[in-house]
Design a protein around this ligand. Structure first.
Ligand code: CA
Length: 405
């Protein structure tokens, strides 16, 4: 369809609303406003129209204006407890210093519109193009009282520094591009760091494009508070009942929780197994044994769990060599690791303090071992108040047991 045809049929362009649900209440918290063209063959999406930057700015501005007015008119007739999300092209917004958008909102504000319930969605990619030249503009538009959402975050790799500086209220991540079956853990790692950053800057993480059970599960596991997608509700011409997905979400959450609990239980079981084993092994170690003799004995006793074992003091200085399992499954001592310092590692000190206080061993999260380039976990165990044993568990072992990956 030609852009000009769309403009000629402007009176048939109507807003659609896609509900956005919150995890905490399982209710609709708001709607993204989308443009549709009403035709005899049904209502057609106009997403392409707003995404095509070759279409003259005037057309897109005019149509945006038209849809936003209709949506606000319809919204004003509701109880206005929901939030309305409006997409906007960052370059169009900058072009007139945000005036068209702000003026429109202000005209409704005088009729009682609460600006705190309006969200302006800007694509991360566009904002990244303009932010550094227009920092003040982006701070300025955040002073009017409506909220700012960064849309399509992570689509082309995300700009964590941009997000940290802009401090949007909402961060939207599209999960639609992921394969249904299995998510490469890579995405999860990126989204985990997004989730951490959101928490630090007080932003809400919203996952959109959710069209499957797995994608909803993924969103839940990765710290998403808001969810949007056809698995819950497709865009609709009208607003919906706020509890329309409540039962479904509650049921799905129950599945997620059962599954995650099983995983945690497996991790606790392994932790207990290793603790029992190490207590046993420590009894066989005499005070005259060197640290290297100690890890040799641990290696023999924990052979099926480990591929690397070493001992550090409370300041992170390695006291033993590395006991490492060679290709042919024999343990060798590698002296080179001795007296290296590991206190700079994430979680290291926290871990030491925890072990000291709770007097028990811990299993780490999954992370990639630099040398082996595979995902592993580390089990750490307090030998004394000043001496700690670290035992790296290979991917193979974690893979064979249920719930450890
Ligand atoms: Ca959007």
């Amino acid at each position: 369809m030609d852009p000009l045809d769309v403009m000629m049929s402007k009176e048939h362009v109507i807003p659609y609303y896609q509900p956005i649900f919150s995890a905490d209440k399982q209710l609709v918290v708001g709607y993204e406003v989308l443009g549709r063209l009403h035709t005899e063959e049904g209502d057609k999406s106009l997403d392409w129209f707003f995404q095509d930057k070759n279409i003259p700015d005037e057309y897109r501005l005019e149509l945006d204006d038209h849809i936003q007015k209709l949506a606000l008119d319809e919204y004003m007739q509701t109880d206005q407890s929901a939030i309305l999300f409006f997409n906007y092209d960052a370059s169009l917004l900058i072009r007139d210093n945000g005036e068209t958008f702000i003026k429109r909102l202000e005209s409704y504000q005088s009729k009682g519109l609460n600006l705190g319930h309006i969200v302006l969605e800007l694509k991360e990619e566009d904002v990244a193009d303009y932010f550094y030249e227009n920092k003040h503009f982006f701070y300025y538009i955040q002073s009017f009282g409506f909220r700012l959402a960064l849309d399509d975050v992570g689509h082309n790799g995300s700009n964590l520094d941009l997000i940290a500086m802009l401090k949007p209220n909402i961060i939207k991540v599209d999960v639609a591009f992921m394969e249904d079956e299995e998510f490469p853990h890579l995405y999860s790692d990126v989204h985990q760091s997004l989730s951490m950053l959101s928490r630090k800057i007080g932003a809400t993480l919203l996952f959109e494009g959710i069209s499957t059970f797995n994608q909803l599960n993924y969103s839940w596991r990765n710290g998403g508070r808001y969810y949007q997608g056809s698995y819950l509700r497709s865009p609709h011409r009208f607003f919906v009942e706020s509890d329309c997905c409540r039962k479904k979400m509650q049921k799905e959450f129950q599945h997620f929780i059962v599954y995650e609990r099983k995983k945690m239980e497996s991790q606790f079981t392994l932790t207990n197994e290793l603790t029992t084993q190490l207590k046993q092994t420590m009894k066989t170690i005499s005070p005259d044994d060197t640290f290297d003799e100690m890890i040799r004995k641990v290696a023999t006793d924990c052979d099926r769990y480990a591929f690397r074992i070493y001992v550090c003091d409370a300041e992170g200085f390695q006291q033993s060599s590395n006991a490492e399992k060679s290709q042919d499954n024999k343990w060798v001592l590698i002296e080179e690791g001795r007296f290296k310092n590991w206190s700079w590692r994430p979680y290291f000190l926290e871990n030491i303090v925890r072990m000291n206080i709770e007097k028990r061993g811990f299993l780490s999260d999954l992370y990639t071992d630099i040398e082996r380039d595979e995902r592993i976990r580390t089990y750490s165990y307090p030998i004394t108040d000043n001496l700690f044993l670290f035992l790296d568990i290979p991917y193979n072992y974690l893979f064979e047991q249920e719930g450890l990956l």
